[in-house]
Ligand binder design. Structure first.
Ligand code: BT5
Length: 329
């Protein structure tokens, strides 16, 4: 009911709508309307009232709730099943639980805060409450095999990079799973999968974006390596519109992949890459080497030309640094 009242207020725009009209249109009592309005105000909606004219919506809270996202994701695959948690441990963990319980293709898990958000190799993902976009999507593709799942990281990176570039900000993709601006990390992507040899049960793509975090809010360990959209743009960025734009890009690419395979994703990825053509230092488990990042192959692996020939680098077990890097992983 609260969602319906909110929709009526949103549709009315600046004009007032009377309690009586709301009650009539939704088939409830005026007291019930008044109670829901009180609840909406408590949730952060700025609803003004005038005794003769009724109610009008003047401001919405900066939240990623279904009430805010559904209108932006009409007819979208990722708008059909939204699981929202104001706070949670990790949206990837939530998504895996939901997927094991049968959540459908396109399920979106979104939160304002993660207590134990994580990246690859159990590394942490940090984000103050309400200042990032933290979400995971569940995919149940039928058109490709488990060994192709890592390519979904490239798909997600292209979608996020495109949505951010449409804000007029210059970002590039660092192989395999980071989006960088000014050489600093802006976005992290973590793809996980449950599968048998020949069949994917589900893929979970988790994405963390630094949106309205200020420089002094980053923890000391990432102060010199992280950045946010607000830092780059010089103003706060609307998280709802950004998330909706990313999900639209992801859906377009996902549908293209289901129909024609990953070739369009690879082409787009190459064009947005800041890794290709660079001299890199590859920090593997127990081995380090240098070379020039030449391309990605048809599996999404990075091809690095070294003095001893071409090496194929798989995601998940390496860090890529500029040539000559002497720091630690
Ligand atoms: C990643 O891992 O970059 C993937 C991060 C994915 C996070 C999302 S949030 C929603 C979903 N739910 C989850 O639990 N995870 C996903 P990796 O390449 O391993 O990088 C992790 C490293 O990035 C950390 O060890 C830090 O050094 C650094 N880091 C942590 N938080 C950061 C931030 N906000 N901005 C930039 N760098 C950060």
């Amino acid at each position: 009911m609260r969602k319906e009242i909110l929709n009526l207020l949103k549709t009315a725009g600046d004009t007032y709508i009377s309690g009586e009209e709301i009650a009539e249109r939704l088939g409830v009592s005026r007291t019930a309307v008044w109670k829901h309005i009180k609840e909406l105000r408590r949730a952060g909606y700025d609803i003004v009232s005038q005794s003769r004219s009724g109610y009008a919506l003047r401001g919405t809270p900066d939240v990623l709730t279904p009430a805010e996202l559904v209108p932006l994701l009409k007819d979208s695959l990722f708008g059909t099943n939204i699981l929202y948690h104001e706070e949670t441990r990790s949206t990837n963990e939530d998504a895996k639980v939901a997927a094991n319980d049968g959540a459908p293709d396109g399920t979106l898990v979104v939160t304002e805060f993660q207590g134990t958000g994580h990246g690859r190799l159990a590394r942490g993902w940090f984000c103050p409450k309400g200042e990032g976009v933290l979400f995971s999507v569940i995919l149940r593709p039928t058109s490709f095999l488990p060994q192709e799942a890592p390519k979904c990281t490239l798909l997600a990176a292209v979608a996020v990079a495109r949505a951010i570039r449409s804000l007029g900000l210059d970002v590039g993709i660092k192989w395999p799973n980071d989006i960088l601006a000014d050489g600093r990390k802006l976005v992290g992507i973590l793809t996980e999968m449950s599968a048998e040899m020949e069949r994917i049960h589900y893929i979970v793509i988790g994405i963390g974006i630094n949106v309205n975090i200020t420089a002094d809010e980053f923890t000391p360990d990432i102060q010199d390596t992280a950045t946010s959209l607000a830092i780059l743009a010089g103003h706060a960025v609307d998280r709802r519109q950004l998330l909706a734009a990313i999900l639209r890009e992801m859906e377009t690419l996902y549908r293209a992949v289901q129909n024609e395979g990953f070739a369009p994703v690879f082409d787009a990825w190459r064009a947005l890459s800041v890794t290709l053509g660079q001299d890199v230092r590859v920090l593997g488990v127990g081995e380090t080497f240098e070379g020039r990042a030449a391309d990605i192959d048809e599996t999404g692996a990075l091809l690095v030309d070294t003095s001893e020939g071409r090496r194929r680098v798989l995601a998940g077990d390496v860090s890529i640094r500029p040539k000559g890097w002497t720091g630690t992983r």
